[in-house]
Design a protein around this ligand. Structure first.
Ligand code: DX5
Ligand code: ZN
Length: 220
């Protein structure tokens, strides 16, 4: 199994001090930064765009995991690749041509991911797996931080873990939504190796202690 990656979602950070908030979780042991992009069209909320990533890029070399919750998708792929994204994932329901969007991401030298909403079937992986670096399983409906983990995501993780292992490919399995210290052990046991957490980390007093506690739960 690939080494675990903790990806704090800056959605729950203090945006008046975003650079320092990113630095703080990296110093606290986080491997990636999860960057949630919402457009008030595909999801009922509005967050941050490529300009913010461009600014962050000037102050950090961190691996930035861009989660696009936008429709249409392709224009934002171009913009975020240009702004310095390391990985871009999108929701297949939001792209008219999923294969084209995946090719577009990879043509920019950026890693590519597909996101499965709680009700999205695994069949979206049937003809896409060989173009993926990551599968992101949503354990909440996308749009907001701080929601409760949907338990059905555990069975979905198990099923996707089997498919990834059977493929023999190097594909990360990421979970996003309601991840906390007290459920991350079960999530890891179900097969996830990459863990997004927003409110659990940025809502804590000590980011580093929370990240360390998460890693202990994952290893145990
Ligand atoms: C939800 C976002 C998540 C969110 C997670 O649409 O994709 O990344 O920030 O926040 P928590 O960890 O608070 O559920
Ligand atoms: Zn996200």
């Amino acid at each position: 199994r690939a080494y675990p990656i903790i990806a704090p979602s800056i959605l729950s950070a203090d945006f008046t001090r975003l650079g320092a908030e990113v630095e703080a979780v990296l110093e606290g042991g986080a491997e990636w930064i999860h960057f949630d992009v919402m457009d008030n069209h595909y999801v009922p909320n509005l967050t941050i765009g490529p300009l913010v990533l461009q600014s962050l890029r000037k102050v950090t070399k961190a691996f930035v995991d861009v989660h696009l919750m936008v429709k249409p998708v392709d224009g934002m792929i171009e913009a975020f690749a240009g702004a310095g994204a390391d990985l871009i994932s999108f929701h297949p329901e939001a792209s008219e041509h999923v294969d084209r969007s995946l090719q577009l991401i990879r043509s920019k030298g950026v890693k590519a991911g597909l996101v499965l909403n709680p009700a999205t079937p695994l069949s979206v992986l049937d003809y896409t797996l060989d173009q993926l670096d990551l599968v992101l399983v949503m354990s909440v409906n996308p749009g907001f931080g701080g929601q409760a983990f949907i338990p059905g995501a555990l069975d979905k993780l198990k099923a996707i873990r089997e498919r990834i292992d059977a493929s023999g490919r190097d594909i990360r399995l990421e979970i996003d939504g309601g991840v906390k210290v007290d459920n991350i052990g079960a999530i890891a046991a179900a097969g996830a190796d990459t863990f997004v957490a927003g409110s659990a980390i940025y809502g804590a007093k000590d980011y580093g202690a929370t990240i360390a506690a998460m890693k202990r739960e994952i290893e145990s």
